[in-house]
Design a binder for this molecule. Structure first.
Ligand code: PBG
Length: 325
């Protein structure tokens, strides 16, 4: 065919934007926010430069500024003043997430979708996502009731969507029934359906004080070598009532995002996690990589793979940049 077909023709700066297949929009972004009950002003997270824990006083202002940028949703992680064996402070009406949701909703109303991360690891003294016995086993079924109770408390505070991230079997079904029984049948569930046991969550555990005191999360999070299993996880979550499904982390699992979107055609989210953020930040701070280009290339790859929405700590930076164009 050469020289009739010249692929370079459309690569000129004039045509490039016109033929771009995947695009990134402010409406694709979900911005995580950490709310720490024990602080009074924002506190920068060491391993995530540019990301702050908010206090209960500053969280609503932060949410308002995110909303003003056109970002449609936030996801809240709570850091409680007290932890115990069973994560009691995950579900009290006056605990950190519930208070934060009420304050944010009061300030920004329905302009912003408030998603709550629904897990116990920030609230348990051992740091695991479920109940634990003397033999240090993570117990699945006794955890489900607590997750249901926590979901209802989030919804009662005004959460628009709950996002279970603990990878307990049956969690979506348990949460769906608890919400329905309490008249929250219109609150959707965004399930961390295919969540891998990943080293890239490292910085998050500092950010959310959710490191564990023994073992690891390999008995509940997925093995990085598996991909058919991700499809089974997602299928089960859909059967149990998940409205949006998530793949996490994002860039090391682009094949999973692709397969999940192709097979299920569900609203699909991808979590560009803390380690993915920190790697770009660290390299940029050393002058080894162009930060802005690294961010765009990363996020566009996640969209190209098939994600409809991206949870990313770069949400504000990207929104500011996109809005300036
Ligand atoms: C809680 C939870 C984690 C993340 C989101 N929810 C940590 C974990 O599973 O250890 C990680 C997010 C990130 O790394 O940015 N279960």
């Amino acid at each position: 065919m050469f020289p009739t077909m010249r692929m370079r023709r459309l690569r000129s700066s004039k045509f490039r934007p016109m033929v771009r297949e995947a695009t990134l929009d402010v409406r694709d972004l979900i911005c995580p926010i950490f709310v720490d009950e024990t602080i009074s002003k924002p506190l920068e997270i060491n391993s995530m430069p540019g990301v702050f824990r908010q206090s209960l006083k500053t969280a609503a202002d932060e949410a308002a500024s995110i909303s003003k940028l056109g970002i449609p949703a936030i996801i809240i992680f709570g850091i409680p003043a007290e932890k115990d064996e069973t994560g009691t402070h995950a579900y009290g009406d006056d605990d950190v997430v519930q208070k934060a949701v009420r304050a944010i909703k009061k300030k920004v109303g329905d302009d912003l979708i408030v998603i709550t991360d629904l897990c116990l690891c920030e609230y348990t003294s051992h740091g695991h996502c479920g109940m634990v016995n003397e033999k240090h086993e993570i117990l699945n079924d006794p955890t489900l009731d607590i997750l249901g109770k926590t979901a209802v408390s989030h919804a009662r505070a005004g959460a628009d969507i709950v996002a279970p991230s603990g990878m307990m079997d049956g969690m979506v079904g348990a949460i769906r029934s608890a919400l329905d029984e309490n008249n929250f049948k219109d609150v959707p569930i965004m399930s961390y359906a295919a969540k891998y046991c990943s080293v890239f969550y490292g910085p998050f555990r500092e950010a959310a004080s959710s490191g564990f005191s023994f073992g690891d999360r390999a008995s509940y999070q997925m093995d990085p070598g598996n991909s058919d299993e991700a499809l089974r996880e997602v299928a089960l979550d859909i059967e149990e009532g998940a409205d949006i499904i998530m793949v996490k982390p994002a860039m090391t699992y682009l094949d999973i995002i692709y397969r999940v979107k192709k097979k299920f055609k569900m609203p699909t989210a991808a979590y560009h996690v803390s380690g993915e953020y920190s790697m770009i930040k660290a390299a940029a701070q050393n002058g080894w990589i162009d930060e802005k280009r690294a961010i765009y290339e990363s996020l566009i790859s996640i969209k190209r793979a098939g994600a409809d929405m991206i949870l990313t700590y770069f949400a504000k930076d990207v929104a500011i940049d996109l809005n300036s164009k």
